[in-house]
Design a protein around this ligand. Structure first.
Ligand SMILES: *Cc1c(COP(=O)(O)O)cnc(C)c1O
Length: 459
């Protein structure tokens, strides 16, 4: 293209109205929700950046696929269309649909992981960690160390020496598989290089350990490899994605991300024996192996989504729109995890609010303020989510970072929506010194961030 502006490579086909509630309505909503943004109704939010999971817009071709959905219980046409799309992309011979990513994880780990095992990952996503731990195994994160402000091309990489040391320390018999999350969601949406995937592959090969990808954002990762890794500039995203999959023995996927659907997922692998066990479990929990918890029309939309997500115009727009928000707010001095991730921008609340201690939840305070000021919903990824309450009633053990994640739904918001978000963030950042912390007044014994109730700490 002769011009530099990167445009949204689609026009809008169906719209949903959004509106900003009044300041009084926003304050009332915050109080009703106990200052927990998960308790807001979507209608109380104008720009919803809570998650990029299942929140994207489908294309007219996907909707056309929905009409084609074949709802036969066993062996539907839609299943075979889905299966061939996944096989073509991944090269894996065994393809098992699931209703979302965590169902694929649950089945894979039930079959492969036992009590006392250790599962290394660059960084486990929270459901992945919980499913490993549910088997009585230990989930170990071995991402390369870096500072939030450091600009490096592949901050999602696995620390290869640490991987080797972990296997040596616990013994190869206790490591049933190694997982690689692409992109590294919990580590800021940072990509993994092909070189690093090859190095992990080599270690796994040496010890005879299967390697699986947590491949929810395989296309975004492929695009970063194209942009940043030597030797890939002239390869298509699809060629790069296929090479990524070829290095592993299988994958779990939440298709609510790069599958471009609102619900769906899959488990795929080459090992036939393991797949038979997985299918038996699937029948118990998800459904018959040719639908696995999904309708025929879901399988059609997913097959089409896997095609569209690798389109270069789409990926150029996708990664640019996240970077665009990052550029705008960092230009005004707002501290973020650098560089921008594929699906989200992570604001560094610890750097922005040094006067609020971790046990008064600076990132929660910032997320509340973004909603209070502009009706924008992000999510706290800090001590509320990952800190540990002190059984003796003292301050929580803090999380390593205090972040507010602004996740960008796919093909949903326009550039002016993002301009608005940037304006709200900058305005709130300018008032940072006035902000105060919160205390938790009620919380669940696990995954407390979904339901905890807060109140302001007024000095
Ligand atoms: C979303 C996600 C999952 C879990 O998928 P669900 O569809 O939410 O069950 C697993 N791993 C990663 C990296 C994810 O981003």
């Amino acid at each position: 293209m002769p011009y530099r502006t990167i445009i949204e490579p689609f026009r809008i086909h169906t719209v949903q109205a959004i509106d900003l509630p009044s300041p009084e309505e926003r304050e009332a909503a915050l109080q009703r929700a106990g200052y927990n943004l998960f308790g807001l109704h979507a209608d109380e939010v104008i720009i919803d950046l809570l998650t990029d999971s299942g929140t994207g817009a489908m294309s007219s071709e996907q909707w056309a696929g929905m009409m084609r959905g074949d709802e036969s219980y066993a062996g539907s046409r839609s299943f075979f269309r889905f299966e061939s799309a996944v096989k073509e992309l991944t090269g894996y011979t065994e393809v098992i649909p699931t209703h979302q990513g965590r169902a694929a994880e649950k089945i894979l780990f039930s079959v492969m992981v036992s009590d006392g095992d250790v599962v290394p990952n660059n960084t486990h996503f929270d459901t992945t960690r919980a499913n490993v731990e549910y088997q009585g195994a230990e989930a170990v994160d071995l991402v390369v160390p870096s500072e939030p402000s450091e600009i490096l091309p592949f901050k999602g990489n696995m620390d290869i020496e640490a991987l080797r040391a972990t296997i040596e320390r616990v013994g190869v018999d206790r490591v049933p598989l190694v997982m690689m999350t692409v992109t590294n969601n919990s580590g800021g949406g940072q990509p993994v290089s092909m070189e690093n995937l090859k190095a992990v592959r080599a270690v796994c090969h040496e010890y005879g350990i299967p390697m699986f990808l947590d491949a929810c954002r395989f296309a975004e990762n492929a695009w970063f490899i194209k942009l940043r890794e030597e030797g890939y500039a002239d390869r298509t995203p699809k060629e790069i994605a296929r090479e990524m999959f070829s290095l592993a023995d299988g994958c779990t996927v939440s298709a609510k991300k790069d599958g471009l659907v609102n619900m769906g997922g899959f488990l795929a692998m080459n090992d036939h024996e393991t797949s038979l066990q997985a299918r038996n479990l699937l029948i118990l929990t998800e459904g018959f192996p040719t639908y696995g918890g999904l309708a025929g029309y879901d399988l059609e939309a997913l097959a089409q989504g896997l095609e569209e997500v690798l389109d270069e115009n789409y990926l150029r727009y996708r990664i640019r729109s996240t970077e665009y928000l990052a550029d705008k707010i960092t230009g005004a001095g707002v501290p973020i995890v650098q560089p921008a991730g594929g699906h989200a921008v992570y604001i560094d609340a610890k750097a922005m609010l040094p006067h609020i201690p971790p046990h008064q939840y600076p990132a929660q305070a910032l997320a509340i303020e973004l909603y209070r000021n502009g009706g924008v919903r992000g999510v706290e990824i800090g001590t509320v989510m990952f800190g540990r309450p002190d059984p003796a009633g003292g301050p929580d053990a803090p999380a390593p970072m205090e972040l507010v994640r602004l996740a960008i739904p796919r093909r949903t918001y326009t550039q002016s929506h993002i301009d608005y978000v940037a304006e709200v963030v900058i305005d709130v950042a300018n008032g940072a010194s006035e902000m105060h912390g919160y205390r938790i007044v009620d919380q669940a014994p696990w995954l407390r961030h979904f339901t905890a109730q807060f109140e302001p700490v007024i000095a």
